[in-house]
Design a binder for this molecule. Structure first.
Ligand SMILES: [Zn+2]
Length: 190
């Protein structure tokens, strides 16, 4: 590594000694701590713009349209095999479960700040659907960087500001706390 090289910082801090760490799943560490990990919300508008710009065939705003109905329509009434909750908001989980086909699964990749209430029999039992959660990442950076590079994926819509390291308090941390609605990633140059 030399001066000027781009680097990625692993934001997870794991103990390296607990059973999860020893199994290689350091993202599930008993003592996991994170740098810059925060809750959902606030990102939906940016995510929608980002999706529209390069990766989704269809973008649905569930606040304006019935998501489950639209998914059924787009899948010839079959429903979705797999859905992802990246929002961390309870109403989204209910809609996603409803959009699933029988035996389909909900992957929760968002952080939920509050407990949610599910009717297990009605929402999961009928249709034998399942929920699985994920936390952080483990040894995924290299694959993620390669995918972005190989597929020429433009992630610039996620970058909401670029600042110098000397401005990190006022234009970085303070902005993220006070104006979270309008920020996703702030790039800091050193
Ligand atoms: Zn550990």
């Amino acid at each position: 590594m030399k001066v000027g090289d781009s680097v990625v910082v692993e934001a997870e801090i794991a103990c390296g000694e607990c059973p999860a760490c020893k199994a290689g799943n350091y993202n599930d560490c008993d003592k996991l701590a994170g740098i810059g990990i925060n809750g959902g919300g606030g990102l939906s508008e940016h995510k929608e713009k980002a999706l529209q710009s390069h990766s989704a065939d269809i973008v649905v705003d569930p606040s304006k349209e019935d998501l489950a109905e639209r998914v059924r329509h787009e899948t010839d009434e079959a429903g979705a095999d797999l859905v992802f909750d990246a929002a961390g908001a309870e109403p989204v989980d209910h809609q996603l479960l409803e959009a699933l086909k029988a035996t389909g699964g909900l992957m929760v990749v968002a952080l939920h700040g509050k407990p949610i209430t599910l009717n297990l029999t009605k929402e999961l039992g009928f249709g034998e659907k399942f929920i699985r959660c994920t936390m952080g990442y483990a040894n995924d950076h290299a694959d993620a960087i390669k995918l972005i590079h190989d597929r020429n994926i433009d992630l610039s819509t996620f970058i909401t500001d670029r600042i110098k390291v000397e401005d990190i308090v006022d234009k970085g941390f303070r902005q993220l706390r006070q104006d979270a609605e309008n920020h996703v990633k702030i790039i800091v140059s050193m």
